[in-house]
Write a protein that binds this ligand. Structure first.
Ligand code: SAH
Ligand code: SF4
Length: 347
């Protein structure tokens, strides 16, 4: 029988397990300290536990829920990891290296159910949600790699495969463990989650004070444009989306980021620029423009450099913060929207 993944257990679950084997509850804090502060990769590294407990944990649990299957390095230094889950699914994580930070782009699901027309992950369909331990493990293994070079991860973006808000409980728990001072100790500003716009969950992030910055994939400036690119817009049209993002900004006092994909003749036109100004000009937000990366959809092409410059200049002329995100790791298919795995359930 498959062993369960110890990193996915909540404090209550770990307490109950320890009680059931006649151990004291204070061991929970010790075990989690080894798992999430020291990020150890074997039970026998847990030095303050009795040998009998170490042996029992080893017998009952897995400590490494993911196996590294391959690692690809791009020309710009971006590294893509392919991880295999215990049930033989594959997921990807991307390490982005900049001068002042090392960020990991984490997956939250195997595949995605949202069906955005420009995104390769959508082509995989939805397979399953990742467990908390599988979300944390991506960070742990990439961080272990960096530590061998005397470096460490400093930022997390939940922007890999999947829609984090469709796996809300696990995403929320993982974010809290990443933020927890006793464990990974990453400040709120170092965590960013991106959503295609599930409005009830945007409100929940605000209400529950999930420790992270919020980015919303806007990608369209009117309902017909956005619905054609992102089917979720039929369920939550722009008016509802902005009600939720306004609520988030008011409730948390944080600025929000809108991600905006630049597609020739669709989102990167003069009309779209005017509509984007009307939507964002009055709001406490910034825009991250992402040039379309090669996708499954031949009908969509990136704009020319000139078209991009014109678009950005128009938005900037209204003093709206817009930042253009340079694609990273395109040559290894690690850029936004390129994460997709053909090989599934192959041992
Ligand atoms: N599901 C979440 C997070 C993962 S996608 C979301 O949609 O927000 C992360 C970002 O990549 C989103 O902003 C999405 O719009 C963008 N993206 C997806 N496919 C892309 C592509 N082919 N080129 C450029 N950006 C893309
Ligand atoms: Fe899913 Fe995000 Fe891709 Fe849309 S853009 S299909 S929500 S991963």
């Amino acid at each position: 029988m498959e062993k369960s993944d110890i990193k996915s257990l909540s404090v209550g679950e770990l307490n109950a397990y320890l009680e059931s084997i006649g151990q004291k509850k204070y061991r929970t804090a010790q075990i989690q300290d080894w798992l999430f502060k020291h990020q150890c990769s074997a039970f026998d590294q847990m030095k303050n536990l009795p040998a009998s407990l170490v042996q029992r944990l080893d017998q009952d649990f897995d400590i490494n829920p993911l196996t590294c299957s391959s690692q690809d390095v791009a020309e710009d230094g971006t590294i893509k990891w392919l991880f295999r889950t215990k049930d033989q699914f594959y997921i990807e994580s991307v390490l982005l290296i900049a001068e002042d930070r090392h960020s990991i782009c984490i997956s939250t699901q195997v595949g995605c159910a949202m069906g955005c027309t420009f995104c390769r992950t959508a082509q995989m369909g939805f397979k399953r949600n990742l467990r908390v331990g599988e979300i944390l493990e991506q960070f742990i293994q990439v961080n272990q790699y960096l530590k061998t070079q005397g470096k460490e991860l400093s930022n997390i973006i939940f922007m890999g495969m999947g829609e984090p808000m469709n796996n809300f409980e696990n995403f929320d728990r993982a974010a809290r463990i990443f933020h927890d001072r006793r464990f990974f100790n990453l400040g709120k500003k170092r965590l960013t989650v991106s959503t295609s716009g599930l409005v009830d969950k945007i409100r929940e992030v605000a209400d529950r004070e999930t420790p992270c910055h919020l980015a919303v994939s806007l990608n369209g400036t009117n309902d017909s444009m956005r619905s054609a690119l992102m089917p979720i817009n039929d369920r939550y049209p722009l008016e509802k989306l902005f009600e939720a993002t306004d609520y988030y900004v008011e409730k948390t006092g944080n600025r929000i980021t809108f991600e905006y994909i630049l597609i020739k003749d669709i989102t990167c036109t003069e009309q779209a620029a005017n509509e984007l100004i009307a939507l964002t000009g009055r709001r406490r937000c910034k825009i991250n423009a992402i040039v379309l990366n090669e996708s499954e959809n031949d009908m969509l092409v990136p704009p020319s450099d000139q078209e991009i410059e014109k678009f950005i200049a128009k938005i900037r002329s209204k003093e709206i913060l817009i930042h253009i995100r340079r694609p990273r790791g395109r040559d290894i298919q690690a850029a936004c929207g390129q994460l997709a795995i053909k090989q599934q359930k192959v041992a």
